[in-house]
Design a protein around this ligand. Sequence first.
Ligand SMILES: Cc1ncc(COP(=O)(O)O)c(C=O)c1O
Length: 438
Amino acid sequence: MSKSAVDAYWMPFTANRAFKQEPRILKAAEGHYYTADDDRRLYDLFSGLWTSGIGHCHPQIVEAVQEQVATLDYALGFQASNNRSFELAERLTAMAPDGFTRCFFTNSGSESVDTALKIALGYHRANGDVERTRLIGRERGYHGVNFGGLSVGGMPANREAFSACLLPTVDHIRSTSDLEFTAFSRGQPEWGAHLADDLERLCSERGGGTIAAVIVEPVAGSTGVLPPPAGYLERLREICDAHGILLIFDEVITAFGRLGEPFAADYFDVVPDLITTAKGLTNGVIPMGAVLVREPIHDAFMHGPDGMIELFHGYTYSGHPVAAAAGLATMDVYEIEGIFEHARELAKPFETLLHGFAGHDKVIDVRNIGLMGAIELAPRENEPGARGMEVHKRCFWDENLVIRNGMDTMQFAPFLNADRGELEDAFERFGRVLDTVA
Ligand SMILES: Cc1ncc(COP(=O)(O)O)c(C=O)c1O
């Protein structure tokens, strides 16, 4: 790759200057492996970016996309739409928990989040509940990068440069993670359900009747895999019900099998009012997101003259036919290949492998649930994030292994159809790096 090409691309969420001194460039992928531009094969222990649970270039999805792009490449989506978008909407609402009868398409997780927040605000307004304008997020939450999602998100570094322009009507409840009480939990920590009462506190301070919606990731992903404490989501649901607040689960990572179930809502048996998705919806092949909505929320908008647009919101590429074809093929593969069942069975061996690092002298926490895992490393003195970044790079260059680090937390998202042997091998390579890194 020429230096001018590398320089031209201002990369997202990347230390661009450091990256460009030693670019890590991938040019092909198949199954569970990437091919780098120097022809090395690298094992992908992050399923793309939590996206590609059934492996790269799955032949059935490739074929569906090729066929669709040659049949109907694009069709307008306002006041008319393509056949595939309807088929996928029906498929997703059938897969969703009972009562989720409507699906609104977007092109990313960030757009799904902003769409869900707008639907929540619009719902209360449509019901004449005009005082409900507050939105509640959570510290260490990640809801994408658009202004709504950034406002409810709880990652200070993402918000800092834009803080003057974030929504003024947002509060945050506390994060559920505190290593003093939760370190080395397997699955859901026993400690922390009481933190849901932060919402009750905000209801007292602000007035429960002023809060439109609460948005949480059922398992916080991007901030390093923080499973919810036992009883926490149930308590949030109770408080929302008591105050007429909508509960939004941001399932951009957790939907479509990451926890061995179609949705985290199924896994935890806690049903929200709206669910945001993206990533696994198309196995990462074509950008697409979807917001799943319960019937009464949709119906609240359906008033006024029939010919009137009910929700003034949408994207040029909402329900894009090629993305929808990829989504349909992905849903087929999930079903035909028993992907969610396999993911469920793999969760325990994955947990065992991860927690095998619990006694390592550089490790301060190990967390996991389903096929989401994190190993938090002790930061180097005065150099937060440096050790994690070095582990990432050493895995890439020395061990042909792609993993992700968020600062000093190494994150793992195995393929939903991985086998135990390949995970053992991958963690052996990771272990060699961890043993020798400074
Ligand atoms: C929970 C959650 N919400 C929203 C997003 C944003 O998705 P996107 O990057 O597709 O905009 C992400 C991305 O990782 C996410 O994990």
